[in-house]
Write a protein that binds this ligand. Structure first.
Ligand code: PMP
Ligand code: GLN
Length: 385
């Protein structure tokens, strides 16, 4: 047989699949793959059920149902004081993942360069490569994940088509500061490039941190694309409802790719997401507040066991340096080891560093019910004595 596409064939199975399968095989407490283990808000689910029965179930418009697009514009004004024309500046996708793919395919031409900041969410690198661009990697590193400004500036040049920014950042839990975002915005303006902003965790921030969308920074209104995920905002990751907000011309280019991908997304789920985005402030506050308590619990537990837990101000992941435990091996071996021997699964952070820069962290997902988190910490405590 002729060879298949060499970009994808060069990658193994994603770390999330690999670790979740291993978790099932060993019947562990799975804090690896990132997903909440409750069923999401009952009222949002009820809206989806109601819309499934009462409303049309045929193809919705390619750009998304008007209710959700209007809700996106209202949400942008309410949370970020951003004026958005829902008719020309919003689009619904099948998850943030399809939004990312549509940006990569709609904006990149072969020969372009794309700036990526490691540790990066796993689909970025293959998507950018498959679209024909050369990734330019810059790293933030534990424990404080500061942005290395000189290295970032050096990664931009005339061929740079875009930076793909994840804020809050998976897996690091980093929330970019206003200063860092201003610096990134200035580079985008100077080099006339797009910023694809994966803000899937925009409502999951802790310690009083505030989400600052790059699109609101000077010079960025026309060049930034803001991506969100209902899966993350409503703890319904299986729904795969995502959305984009961008200036009309930019969005048009991205929609040209979207129309040839999944084209549209389940209409009842879109309508339920519209309802969800309009929920009262307390919903969003309680979501973050509940997760912050969980983060603190897991962080304290891991530190007591002898891990060195590194900074996390957003997302639902916390990273722990295991070297002080005396384990002899890299993070992949460590995550397999605790899965098999301690009955707790985490994800090796090297999977998010294509450069191989960091291999001594395990990522734990803390968006789980209390007994599950307690059991995980108990098992690790028992194992490591
Ligand atoms: N971006 C990041 C940073 C993520 O962590 C995830 C999934 N956890 C996604 C995108 C994918 O989001 P969705 O499920 O909405 O496609
Ligand atoms: N984004 C989730 C994580 O980081 C997993 C998504 C997936 O399994 N593709 O764990």
């Amino acid at each position: 047989m002729k060879p298949t596409n060499d970009v994808f064939s060069g990658f193994g199975m994603t770390v999330f699949e690999v670790m979740s399968r291993l978790a099932m095989e060993h019947n562990t407490v799975n804090l690896g793959q990132g997903f909440p283990d409750d069923n999401g808000p009952a009222d949002v689910r009820a809206k989806a059920a109601e819309a499934l029965e009462d409303r049309p179930n045929q193809y919705p418009p390619m750009m998304g149902v008007p209710e959700l697009r209007q809700a996106l514009a209202t949400h942008a004004k309410r949370f970020y004081d951003l004026d958005v024309d829902w008719r020309t500046e919003t689009m619904v996708t099948s998850g943030a993942t399809e939004a990312l793919a549509a940006c990569a395919l709609g904006l990149i031409s072969p020969g372009d360069e794309v700036v990526l900041i490691e540790p990066l969410y796993d689909c970025y690198y293959p998507m950018v490569m498959r679209a024909g661009a050369t990734p330019r990697l810059v790293q933030v590193k534990p424990p404080h994940w500061e942005l290395p400004r000189c290295e970032l500036a050096a990664a931009f040049n005339d061929r740079t088509k875009m930076i793909l920014l994840n804020d809050p950042m998976n897996p690091s839990g980093k929330v970019f500061t206003r200063d860092e975002l201003s610096f990134i915005a200035e580079l985008c303006v100077e080099h006339d490039c797009y910023a694809v902003c994966d803000e899937a965790y925009e409502h999951l921030l802790y310690d009083g941190r505030e989400h600052l969308p790059l699109i609101t920074f000077p010079g960025m209104r026309g060049r930034a694309i803001k991506i969100g995920s209902a899966g993350k905002t409503f703890s319904l990751t299986g729904w795969k409802v995502g959305y984009l907000t961008a200036a009309a011309e930019t969005l048009k280019a991205v929609s040209k790719a979207h129309q040839f991908l999944t084209f549209t997304t389940a209409p009842n789920l879109q309508r339920a997401a519209a309802y969800g985005l309009e929920k009262e402030d307390s919903y969003f506050e309680e979501l973050a507040g509940g997760l912050q308590e969980r983060r603190d619990f897991v962080s304290r537990g891991l530190n007591d066991i002898g891990f060195d837990v590194v900074d996390c101000h957003g997302t639902y992941f916390i990273n722990a340096d295991f070297r002080r435990l005396g384990f002899n091996g890299g993070d992949e071996e460590f995550c397999r080891y605790i899965t098999v021997e301690a009955g707790v699964t985490a994800v090796p952070v090297s999977a998010f560093y294509p450069s191989g820069a960091v291999n001594y962290l395990a990522r734990f997902c803390f968006s789980k019910q209390w007994p599950v988190l307690e059991e995980a910490i108990d098992r690790l405590k028992t194992h490591f004595g």
